[in-house]
Design a protein around this ligand. Structure first.
Ligand code: DI6
Ligand code: FE
Length: 400
């Protein structure tokens, strides 16, 4: 099979622990939607010598970016809540008075499948325009069976409408709907678990997520949801220890979770449990920034214990209304003190691990040929500024 040689590139493979796996004067050979070969151009194998060649003029090539935590499908706007927070109301107060996630639930329930897709497309396009080739999209603004399934269908349709790979997570345990106030166990039994089963049956859920927090679900409720998910063979992940330490990271680790996300308040023992379970820490600086959280996640503990750190937008209408993965890269460095290399690994190889993928997020023979080409000299430049979009093109194996 004949493929194509992408030559004259500075290739950040992210396939080695040092210096971005950078190859100066590199080449990537792509065939059948996969990377066939990558290395210094002067070492190109003879078997590809007659293949079509494109010169990238010294531009930077990275793996296509992966946004491993988004709530991209939703209805309505939370601008009013933004104003309320600016005059002193906290996220938790707004949530307890029926605003917050529940106001998005009301707006989302009122939208048809087409409307959900149409309203999410501009947000998706903004991510694609910055080099995203895979993203995760959660349900969780339905909180009833029909709307949860409609959100997941909308997520699947987004992946059909654009050249991007969409992974879905069922987030039925996101907030307690008004009609179940003070009856959250009944919500889990009569809505969340049946909706999880229906989503699984319909092939709409690739994973199961939950929100373990004082304003959401308790560890024992999440435990029940995760037990069912694992019986169904679905991997789990958790919004853990975002606003307080309820032992969410340890709970996620007990279920061999792909990731635990947020983690501002995670304890040292939670970090150790994640290390042991191989659970990825997904850092979400957009929510930390928007809510002006006083505590940052313990990045040095993750480093010390060898817990891989992914970075994601958490794109949602309330706590992270940010649809720019490059801005998030900058925030991960500025707010959490990640190095630019850690931040880039966070939206490539570690984001892939957070979604359970080994076939993307690095440029390596056999991996998907999902690449981003940038008008930049060095990968560190991706994280160090906010503003002009340096993406030249995405080269994607999608559809080949
Ligand atoms: N934490 C988050 O960041 C999202 N869900 C959650 O549990 C978004 C919540 C929101 O809509 O405010
Ligand atoms: Fe989230």
């Amino acid at each position: 099979m004949t493929g194509q040689i992408l030559a004259g590139a500075r290739v950040a493979t992210l396939d080695s622990v040092q210096s971005y796996g950078l190859i100066d004067r590199g080449a990537v050979v792509v065939s059948g939607g996969r990377v066939d070969w990558v290395g210094p151009e002067c070492e190109l194998p003879g078997r590809v010598s007659g293949w079509p060649r494109r010169n990238l003029g010294g531009r930077l090539v990275t793996p296509g970016l992966i946004d491993c935590h988004t709530h991209l499908v939703y209805g309505g706007s939370r601008a009013r809540e933004f104003e309320m927070r600016l005059t002193g109301a906290s996220y938790e107060e707004i949530s307890r008075s029926g605003g917050g996630i529940m106001s998005t639930v009301q707006a989302t329930r009122g939208l048809s499948l087409e409307d959900l897709v149409a309203s999410a497309l501009p947000r998706l396009d903004a991510l694609i325009a910055e080099g995203v080739t895979t993203l995760e999209i959660k349900s969780g603004y339905g909180m009833d069976l029909d709307t949860e399934l409609r959100m997941l269908k909308a997520a699947r349709q987004l992946g059909e409408r654009r050249p991007v790979r969409v992974v879905t997570s069922f987030l039925g345990a996101h907030a307690i709907p008004d009609e179940f106030r003070d009856r959250s166990d009944a919500y889990i039994d009569t809505i969340c678990l049946p909706a999880l089963e229906a989503a699984h049956e319909a092939g709409l859920a690739d994973a199961v997520d939950g929100f373990c927090e004082g304003i959401a679900f308790s560890p024992s409720q999440i435990d029940r949801v995760f037990a069912r998910a694992r019986q169904l063979g679905l991997p789990v992940k958790l919004h853990a220890d975002q606003l307080s330490d309820l032992g969410g990271a340890a709970l996620a680790s007990r279920h061999a979770a792909l990731s635990a996300d947020h983690l501002e308040y995670v304890s040292e023992s939670g970090v150790k449990a994640m290390a042991k379970a191989g659970t990825v820490a997904v850092l979400l600086p957009g929510a930390y920034y928007t809510l002006r959280e006083p505590v940052a996640p313990p990045v040095s503990a993750f480093r010390d214990h060898g817990v891989p750190m992914a970075v994601a937008t958490d794109a949602n209408p309330g706590s992270s209304p940010i649809h720019s993965i490059l801005t998030i890269l900058n925030m991960a460095c500025t707010l959490f003190r990640l190095t630019p290399e850690e931040a880039l690994a966070g939206v490539t190889c570690h984001a892939a691990a957070a979604l359970g993928f080994r076939d993307r997020g690095r440029i390596r023979a056999g991996c998907l040929a999902d690449l981003a080409v940038w008008d930049l000299d060095h990968p560190r430049e991706l994280a160090c500024r906010i503003g002009p979009n340096p993406l030249v093109e995405r080269i994607s194996g999608i559809g080949s």
